[in-house]
Design a protein. Structure first.
Length: 219
């Protein structure tokens, strides 16, 4: 969606994804380290994270997001006002010099959008992993494997993502279930294997529903 909005050439998408992965690994590492410290010193933070996941899941499930235009986001407007930005792409370069002055290219703006978008996604996904395990090593390595796996699958997913019509609903239910687990953990213990089984089952049902239930015809 971001690449389409900014009309990024397919030959440049690999470079953006590579830098996006590097930035995601660094930022998620920082967020996980901070989250681990907070949970270790303030156990009640888990209840806040659980409540936030429930809220995020309910919002995703019942409130339509509408059309998203990343090229109109506050990030792009802020960067455009505070940076000298060239009007066209310059190959794989993020910065170029013109008449001795340094300019950011539109490719750099796209990279900013990709990195900030990953942070917003991590706000949901990292607390969700803490709902399964408290081990920071597992939390981080699971994020690393997910990011690297999605990087490899990107061009496959980009072609079929429009067909996964019920993926948002499946993810919303997963967030609600994990958030509820975090809130109720003090009174109800749910084994990790059961949690993972439920998450996998919900996502599988969402996937099968997307593929098997025909889409409504546009009138």
């Amino acid at each position: 969606m971001i690449f389409r909005a900014f009309a990024v050439d397919e030959r440049l998408q690999h470079r953006l994804l590579e830098w996006g992965v590097v930035g995601a690994l660094v930022m998620r590492g920082v967020m996980i380290a901070l989250g681990t410290e907070l949970i270790e010193h303030f156990s009640w933070v888990l209840y806040l994270l659980g409540a936030f996941l429930v809220y995020a899941g309910v919002r995703m499930l019942f409130f339509h997001k509408g059309d998203i235009h990343p090229e109109q986001s506050w990030m792009v407007r802020f960067a455009s006002r505070h940076l000298r930005v060239s009007h066209e792409y310059h190959g794989e370069h993020f910065f170029v010099r013109d008449a001795g002055r340094l300019f950011a290219t539109p490719l750099f703006l796209v990279l900013i959008v990709v990195e900030i978008t990953d942070v917003t996604l991590a706000v949901d996904s990292i607390p969700a992993v803490f709902g399964i395990t408290r081990d920071p090593f597992i939390v981080y390595t699971s994020n690393v494997l997910a990011i690297l796996g999605l990087r490899a699958l990107y061009f496959l997913l980009a072609g079929i993502i429009d067909r996964l019509r019920f993926l948002d609903e499946g993810l919303a239910i997963v967030l609600i279930l994990i958030g509820g687990k975090m809130i109720a953990e003090r009174w109800v213990h749910i084994p990790v294997t059961v949690s993972l089984g439920v998450v996998g089952g919900v996502l599988l049902i969402a996937l099968l529903a997307s593929l098997l239930i025909p889409a409504k015809k546009q009138t």
